[in-house]
Each structure stands twice: as structure tokens, then as C-alpha cells.
Ligand binder design. Structure first.
Ligand SMILES: *Cc1c(COP(=O)(O)O)cnc(C)c1O
Length: 394
């Protein structure tokens, strides 16, 4: 089976991350001089003769445009092989399909809502067991292991409260129990954190968010290390079949090329908005890992990541109307999702986390007054002016 990976790393062993973003992948498969990999709209590929070995035969099993973006992602995450799916959930479904009835998986208690739905409505009825724990607490993770535990699955930075869990510490504990570590790296991206280098075995993304970066595609990514796991995920991708189409693979490639400059701007804009919110007397609290520099979250973030990303949350003071606030915004768009060029704002209790019963939501710290902002690439003064005029209305 094919294993073309770390192409650039092998050729130029000193190539740095920012160069890989722009120049990674790129199979030498055309003779036109085109600097980009073509969009191969071909679901099937010719055999030169019966029984001849072919590099590609059928699109679900592999397509050169998809292969290219898969290779880029493998290089960026410092893994051995990448896999592109039709959505983040398709990637998560494939990753969790590594397990069988009777297996036990420890999951973060604050993971993406769609992942919870997949776990509760689809995987549990099929005999896979799950225990949800607060992964910030490594002892709680350790105590949740049973002889049947096969994996720990978590998000190193949670949504919407931006709590930080240590990939290094959890990987150490998990490997002592021979369990796999699966990390959803959607919020930080490999530009800010590379979980495989910190000990994880499988990293995945909703590439719909920062990797795509432009609110114009849905995509999912898995990157793995080690021949056995790579082969297993390849078989699942090919068997389940929720692969990324060539047009979307090309848009993902294009989005990834500017991840560094986008993320730098997301970070810079977020920093200024946090400063503005912290000084605002209508804001009860700002949630972002750098807000409390004495916290364990901050120390872990400093040690394991190069920044905390472009999503932040804030809570209005009691009695202030979150609906009126978001409805008053003129520039910032009221919408779920994140990681886009446009600033997107939402009220988790009424949008992204609406499905969670209110008592549980409050237990998790998600009040009705909590607002999540995915800071975009607009001029930050315009963003602050928009927030300011909406604050004036409540
Ligand atoms: C959006 C998201 C997903 C799901 O990805 P889709 O592309 O929407 O299927 C999974 N994890 C996280 C952290 C997300 O934000």
C-alpha cells in the first residue's frame, strides 16, 4: 500500500512549518508546469493493462487532489499519513470506528456537541462504552481507566469556555494503560499546537473551521502516526466512504496556504478585543487561557502551544440581555461555526449548546449571558466599534 509522506521533509530536512503550509504535499504528477495540483474530477482511473499496478484506481480509495491535501496535513501535524473526509463529524466517526463493542473510551466531558451526539445516539447503542471526565484533571482521567479502556478522546481547548487540558500529561497516563490518545485539534490547528509531537496517536480536525478558513467548505482531517494505525484508518476511510471531494480538497489546500497569516491576525485581533472586554463594566467575565496568568491553564498553554487561538467567550453581567446584544451588532455576524475570515458571534445557551438540558449547561458554566466570539480578520477597530455600539444598547 502507498505511503508517500513527509515528501518535503525528506527532500529538504530543514523546511520549516510556514514553508510547508505554502509548499507542502505537491505530488509531481503533471507535465504542464502548473504550480498547483489540478482538480482531478475523475472518479475512476485507467489501468494500462489488466493486472498492471496503478497508483490510483477509484476516487473513494484515492484521488490525486485529495492525496495532496492529505499529505500537506500529515506534514503539518508531523504525522505519517493524512486522511480527508467530507466533514469533521465524518472524520470523528471514522476515528471512533477503530473500536468495537465492549471497548471502553474515556472522553472529555466538554467535547463538541456533535461528537456527544455521535457517542450517545450512535456508538453507545452499538456496544461501545464511554466515560466522560474533566480532562483538565489528570487524576480523574487516570481513575476512569478500566481493563477495557482503549482510548482517551478530548479537545485540548474546550468550547465555549476555552479550558485547557494537557496533551502531554494525558498521553503519558494513557500510554501507561496501552490506550490510544485521540485529540480534536480544530481550535488550535497545527500552527499553534502539534498534538502528535506531544504524545498523541491520532489528531483530527473539523477543517470546516480554521484549516479551510473561509466558511465555504465542510471538511474533516485525520492524521496518524505508525504504520498499523495508518493502515487501519485508511481501511476505515475507504470502507465508510465519507471522503472529501476533489473540489473541496482544492479549496482546503488553498485555505491552508494562508493559515499562518490568518492565525496571526486572529490572535492579534483577539488580544485587543480581550483588553477591550476586560475594561468593559457590562462584562462579568472574559474566558480565554491568557486572562489569568497564574492559572494552570495558562502554564499548560505556554508549555504546549504557541497561542490560544481566535475564539473567546465573555459573560454579560446578570440581567443584561444577550439576545438584545447580539441582535444589535451590525458588522459581526450572528452564526455558529468559527475559524472564518468573518467574525462570527453566537450565544451558546441558545445556539451551539441548546441541546444540552439547562441544569447540565449551568453545571458546565454555560449561562444564558455567555457569548462566544470567533474573532475574524476585519480591522479590529471596526470590530470593537461594533461591540461598543451594541453594549450601548443594553
Ligand atoms: C465543528 C466542530 C466539529 C465538527 O465538524 P464539522 O465539520 O462541523 O462536521 C468537531 N469538533 C470541533 C471542535 C468543532 O468545532
Amino acid at each position: 500500500m502507498r505511503m508517500i509522506i513527509r515528501k518535503y521533509l525528506e527532500v529538504f530536512c530543514l523546511v520549516k512549518f510556514n514553508t510547508l503550509l505554502v509548499r507542502g504535499g505537491k505530488p509531481d504528477d503533471n507535465h504542464t508546469g502548473a504550480v498547483n495540483v489540478p482538480i482531478y474530477n475523475s472518479s475512476t482511473f485507467r489501468y494500462p493493462k489488466l493486472g498492471a499496478p496503478v497508483r490510483w484506481d477509484y476516487e473513494r480509495s484515492g484521488n490525486p487532489t485529495r492525496d495532496n491535501v492529505e499529505n500537506v496535513c500529515a506534514e503539518l501535524e508531523d504525522g505519517d499519513r493524512g486522511f480527508a473526509f467530507s466533514s469533521g463529524m465524518a472524520a470523528i466517526h471514522a476515528a471512533l470506528s477503530l473500536f468495537k463493542p465492549g471497548d471502553h473510551i474515556i472522553i472529555g466531558d466538554n467535547i463538541y456537541g456533535g461528537t456527544f451526539r455521535l457517542v450517545n445516539d450512535f456508538l453507545k447503542p452499538r456496544g461501545i462504552k464511554f466515560t466522560a471526565v474533566d480532562t483538565q484533571n489528570v487524576n480523574a482521567v487516570e481513575n476512569a481507566f478500566t481493563p477495557a479502556t482503549k482510548a482517551v478522546y478530548f479537545e485540548p481547548i474546550t468550547n465555549p469556555l476555552l479550558k485547557v487540558s494537557s496533551v502531554q500529561e494525558i498521553s503519558k497516563v494513557a500510554h501507561e494503560h496501552d490506550a490510544l490518545v485521540i485529540v480534536d485539534n480544530t481550535f488550535l490547528t497545527p500552527y499553534l499546537q502539534r498534538p502528535l509531537d506531544l504524545g498523541a496517536d491520532l489528531v483530527l480536525h473539523s477543517a470546516t473551521k480554521y484549516l479551510g478558513g473561509h466558511s465555504d467548505i465542510m471538511a474533516g482531517i485525520i492524521v496518524t502516526k505508525g504504520q498499523q494505525l495508518c493502515d487501519q484508518v485508511y481501511n476505515l476511510q475507504n470502507s465508510i466512504g465519507a471522503v472529501l471531494a476533489p473540489q473541496e480538497a482544492n479549496l482546503l489546500r488553498r485555505g491552508i496556504q494562508t493559515l499562518n497569516i490568518r492565525m496571526d491576525r486572529h490572535l492579534a485581533n483577539a488580544k485587543k478585543i480581550i483588553k477591550y472586554l476586560e475594561a468593559n463594566d457590562k462584562v462579568a467575565r472574559v474566558y480565554y487561557p491568557t486572562v489569568d496568568k497564574n492559572s494552570r491553564d495558562y502554564r499548560i498553554m505556554k508549555r504546549e502551544a504557541n497561542g490560544a487561538g481566535g475564539v473567546l467567550s465573555f459573560e454579560l453581567k446578570d440581567g443584561l440581555d444577550a439576545a438584545k446584544f447580539v441582535n444589535s451588532l451590525k458588522l459581526i455576524i450572528l452564526a455558529v461555526s468559527l475559524g472564518a475570515a468573518e467574525s462570527l458571534i453566537e450565544v451558546p445557551a441558545f445556539m451551539s449548546h441548546f441541546e444540552i438540558p439547562k441544569p447540565r449547561r449551568l453545571e458546565m458554566g454555560i449561562k444564558d449571558e455567555l457569548i462566544r466570539l470567533s474573532v475574524g480578520l476585519e480591522d479590529v477597530d471596526d470590530l470593537i466599534a461594533d461591540l461598543d455600539q451594541a453594549f450601548a444598547k443594553i
